[in-house]
Design a protein around this ligand. Structure first.
Ligand code: FAD
Length: 372
């Protein structure tokens, strides 16, 4: 990878790729393989977008939140494995409600921890849950929806506070369709994901992006939108992975997101919470999760690094993490999309430009669609 900081490119490129996240990097890697010349612009001071990891005290820190690779798509799994060796990490988060610990996802371990002997078999656990379910025709809000799916105890202990923090609103004011279904497993099985493949790249994610962008021109700390016409003149086509409202100078208004503030801390102990991901489900604790990064990869470092995740309202100066795909925002997005479709040389891709939450495997698959 040739990295320039605010350099001036004189060459003509086939593709100008805005954003060095997973989408932009997979696209650039595949384009280069086919003989196309690419320039990647990145407004941050590093490549990798939100999967960027940084090594501190020999621990790979997931700077933009815990990233666990999981997929049932064998092609995507094989694809990502050419760039790193993955370990056999299985995501088994723990929920903490007022100091009491519960296994996630909701499974027989969780039910036994909540109800003890009354839920010691799958049949007993089902009976407890069924006896608590709210019978209602059309749930009006998230609270009624959750109560109709899982009943009161699990909702109050493990869903209500966490969801309210996540969205910054009371569960009674949130739409029911945020929770379409609640995965419940009547097995003693704490594996969070149902996918066939799962793991963490040993050595972190940044190496993957470095390999993808090897021998491709990359310009860091460069916001494409600040000098759009100049950068467009450098290439035949633009692949844009930033927010769509900013591409059109917010001419119809701003798309809304939920943001997160990450607060990292080094602790001089070797093991803080004994698990990579702990969810804090009570409303009064302002953060939703603590991530202890060393547990993603086997690590004997005498110190440890943790990150607190505080959900926050999105402002134009904060990072857009989770799109709010409600009616108002989708209507706004679709208006921007019509403008984008009128531009001949523009390709939109990735979680920001498409205004949807994409896991890493889906991001890779959508970038590969252009080439395979
Ligand atoms: C908190 C969090 C946790 C997640 N955890 C998981 C997980 O455990 N497992 C999983 O599979 N997926 C996870 N994801 C999803 C994963 O992060 C995405 O699938 C992936 O990062 C999307 O890549 P992208 O290239 O579309 O976007 P990004 O990674 O956001 O990359 C876009 C890049 O474009 C740059 N950019 C934007 N605008 C401009 C501009 N105008 N000029 C120049 N550069 C610009 C940005 O700086 C950024 O680097 C998580 C996402 C979040 C937010």
């Amino acid at each position: 990878m040739k990295v320039y900081i605010k350099g001036v490119r004189m060459n003509k490129y086939d593709y100008l790729i805005v954003g060095s996240g997973l989408f932009g990097s997979v696209f650039a890697y595949e384009a280069k393989k086919k003989g196309y010349k690419c320039l990647v612009l990145e407004k941050r001071a590093h490549i990798g977008g939100n999967i960027y990891t940084e090594k501190r005290d020999n621990i790979n820190i997931h700077i933009y939140g815990a990233h666990i690779f999981h997929t049932s798509d064998k092609n995507v799994w094989n694809y990502i494995n050419q760039f790193a060796d993955f370990n056999n990490y299985i995501n088994s988060p723990v929920a903490n409600f007022k100091g009491k610990l519960f296994n996630l996802p909701f499974n027989m371990n969780t039910f036994y921890q909540i109800w003890g002997e009354k839920a010691s078999t799958p049949e007993k656990a089902k009976n407890v849950i069924n006896s608590q379910k709210l019978i209602i025709d059309k749930p009006k809000n998230l609270e009624e929806q959750a109560l109709s799916l899982i009943g009161n105890d699990v909702y109050e202990l493990l869903i209500k506070g966490y969801t309210e923090k996540q969205w910054g609103r009371s569960a009674e004011d949130l739409p029911p369709d945020i929770i379409k279904r609640i995965p419940v497993r009547y097995k003693f099985d704490n594996n969070y994901f149902n996918d066939s493949y799962q793991g963490i790249p040993m050595g972190g994610y940044t190496q993957i992006i470095e390999k993808m962008l090897n021998n491709i021109d990359v310009e860091l700390e460069t916001d494409f939108n600040k000098n759009r016409s100049y950068y467009c003149s450098l290439a035949e086509k633009v692949v844009y992975t930033g927010t769509l409202d900013s591409y059109f100078d917010f001419c119809y208004g701003n798309l809304d997101y939920r943001s997160v503030r990450f607060e990292e801390k080094k602790l001089d102990i070797s093991n803080f919470q004994g698990v990579a991901v702990m969810n804090f489900t009570e409303r009064e604790i302002p953060y939703t999760r603590i991530i202890e990064h060393k547990h993603f990869e086997y690590n004997e470092c005498p110190a440890t690094w943790i990150s607190y995740e505080y959900p926050v309202d999105y402002k134009i100066t904060s990072e857009p993490y989770y799109p709010i795909n409600d009616r108002t925002n989708m209507e706004l997005y679709n208006r921007y999309l019509l403008l984008a479709k009128a531009e001949n040389n523009l390709i939109l891709g990735g979680r920001l430009a498409e205004y949807r939450y994409y896991d890493m495997d889906k991001t890779i698959a959508s970038a590969l669609k252009f080439w395979l």
